[in-house]
Design a binder for this molecule. Structure first.
Ligand SMILES: [Zn+2]
Length: 110
């Protein structure tokens, strides 16, 4: 079972970090905020570790979190489209924004 809450940047769970800040379908921990602040200030920062640096067991352990992040992003996309449809935005405009046809947009999100 995937952990419910985790940092979208470093994948640590809410049990592993003191706090998580929530965005629409994403979360970020205090350590990653510090890294972002350093990058924005032009200070030396390690950035975020790539997948190639994780051992197999850690990478496998991350799969459910990545799947949860994928599902959360899909939910955010659907919520945005639902809001546009409430505003009577056409499927043609939504499809155009997504680079797909009106019909494809309706089939995927209608
Ligand atoms: Zn983090």
């Amino acid at each position: 079972m995937a952990d419910k809450l985790f940092c979208s940047f470093c994948r640590k769970t809410d049990k592993e970090v003191p706090s998580l800040i929530a965005g629409p379908g994403v979360h970020i921990c205090g350590d990653c905020v510090k890294t972002c602040t350093a990058i924005l200030d032009g200070l030396p920062a390690d950035g975020f570790a790539g997948w190639e640096k994780l051992e197999e067991d850690k990478l496998l352990a991350n799969l459910p979190r990545s799947q949860a992040a994928h599902e959360a992003a899909r939910t955010v996309l659907q919520q945005q489209i639902d809001e546009l449809r409430k505003r009577e935005t056409s499927w043609a405009k939504i499809g155009e924004a997504l680079g797909i046809s009106r019909q494809a947009a309706w089939e995927r999100f209608g």
